[in-house]
Unconditional design. Structure first.
Length: 106
């Protein structure tokens, strides 16, 4: 592990945290790894246009599914990073979600 680490503190509503933690657990990861993975996603140069679309999602085209498509693409990329990190840390002990490609369905 890198020795050049930064600690961040996020303040969110307890109910939101608990629900997000529950969803992450169902996906076989943790809320902390997902948050870290989103930050890692943000600094990948190839993700810049998708990140800009995500940040400006309210300006996304009105055609059916445009916003959902952007959200889905971001989630898939962030989840791929989280899956790798979860495996690297040895946290993937949830046999229900041992496939790092699993994504929730609506």
């Amino acid at each position: 592990m890198s020795e050049n680490l930064v600690t961040m503190t996020l303040e969110i509503d307890q109910d939101v945290y608990e629900k997000a933690a529950e969803i992450c657990e169902q996906l076989g990861t943790t809320i902390e790894i997902m948050a870290e993975s989103f930050i890692k996603f943000c600094v990948v140069p190839e993700n810049l246009s998708l990140l800009e679309a995500f940040i400006n999602i309210e300006k996304a085209p009105a055609e059916a599914g445009a916003k959902e498509g952007i959200n889905r693409k971001v989630f898939e990329k962030v989840f791929a990073i989280a899956a790798d990190e979860t495996i690297r840390r040895g946290i993937s002990d949830n046999p229900q979600h041992s496939d790092s490609g699993c994504l929730p369905t609506r």
